[in-house]
Write a protein that binds this ligand. Sequence first.
Ligand SMILES: [Zn+2]
Length: 530
Amino acid sequence: MKRSADPADPTPGAGPLYVTTPIYYANAAPHIGHTYTTVVADTLVRWRRLLGADAFSVSGTDEHGEKMVEAAATRGVAPAAFTAEISATFQQTWAELGIAPDAFVRTTDPTHTRNVQAILQRVWEAGWIEQREYDGLYCIGCERFLTERDLVDGLCRDHERAPEPRRESNYFFRMSREFDWLRDHIERHPEFITPERYRNEALAMLRDESGLGDLSISRPKSRLAWGVELPFDPEHVCYVWFDALISYLTGAGYPDDPAFAARWDVVEHLIGKDILKPHAIFWPIMLKTIGLPPYRRLHVHGYWNVDNRKVSKSLGNMVSPLAMRDRYGFEAFRYFLLREMSFGLDAGFSEEALASRVNADLANNLGNLVSRTLNLVAKWCDGRVPAPENEGDAEHAVAAAAVATTDAVAHAMATLRPHDALAAILDLASTVNRYLDTQAPWKAAKQPDGEARVRTSLATACRGLRALALLLAAFLPNAAQGIAERLGVPDLLADARLPDAAQAWDALAPGTRIDKGAALFPRIELRTED
Ligand SMILES: [Zn+2]
């Protein structure tokens, strides 16, 4: 299978897409980090569909490995029962939040384990795997042998725990044979790994091979029985990463689904920076040995810090998306995630930060624009969208701002910068708010010759709301629908196609009956606790 030369997309970021979230490690319920990646994937899929492209998404749970056995033992249950429960929690959480990946892969699914075994067998027969004795320091948290550079004061840098010395017979995936090819591939394809800092990090890993070497891909069953058995040696199970990465193939229908090839041709992975190495190094080489082209893009985001610490189970500072929904409404939380994190960099979460962003952007700016516009239409135009008269420079400037915003959002999404896309959309809301302030239809209404000004300014504001609903549809689907309904066009988003729909400035029919409804985003008042 060959990938068409390179992104000769006539419109960048507008074509078909297969996007994956990581296959999340199922040892605890979803937290803010999982929620962020999942929300970005959901937004990207909705955006591409709005552009009229096919989009397919896969999420799932990674259920094998030593850490899972450890977590299940702590709870006093068998690994299979434990992972079934956690996997169900992930699936239910996304469903409750209105996020529906097209496929959800559990790495314990028989379809998946068959794929893993078939691939292992092929790679083994092709001479990519060899058996060696291994002597080293092993971290259960990382589920691998550590190298010098993984250690800080004798402890695993990521897990702050002491590794144990181990000597065992392991099967090694001879990935070092392809480091030159991979380095060359990354150098020739600047957009293969984005943002650029992570591409540089991957290249640095490849330059300093002391940190890499070949990859141990087996664990003796005597030590770990919970995993996919190696088809060529039933005394060993497969290393958890080798198994988990293949889920991106399983989810897309590999090997038999006729849709697989087209999906794989446009695959983009979303990950957090903690799993850069398996995705940037192991995975492209695995794909090469399987006979598949590398993925098209790897998008890497930073960490969420809560109370200035990295989110982790051991620190107990995980933020539950369901708790956030119950407290603030899910779209307020979703907005915060997408807007606060510059994709690629770390960001901080606190309820104070959430409240201040949501109040400033959604309650005071967007929500206020919706309610003041519709209140004025109810009061001065009989509850119907008015027809504009004598449009002038001020109206043309607002219309031009909507067109420019559509372009800015498309550009930001083509380079996966949802934070910039939302900033542009909220700027448009500010522009329409300022326009209303300047036109002051509430004053014009009281002047003898002010009627045309009232109708023109409110028609313009309503058109602005229509454009905002369309532009927000991928980011805040419920709020976008809420605006459309209040504006009296509940079917607006059903089959809308961007960018044309958002740029069809005068498509809102005069006479449409509006429905003020409740406040779109109530202000968040934080309880003060002593
Ligand atoms: Zn570790």
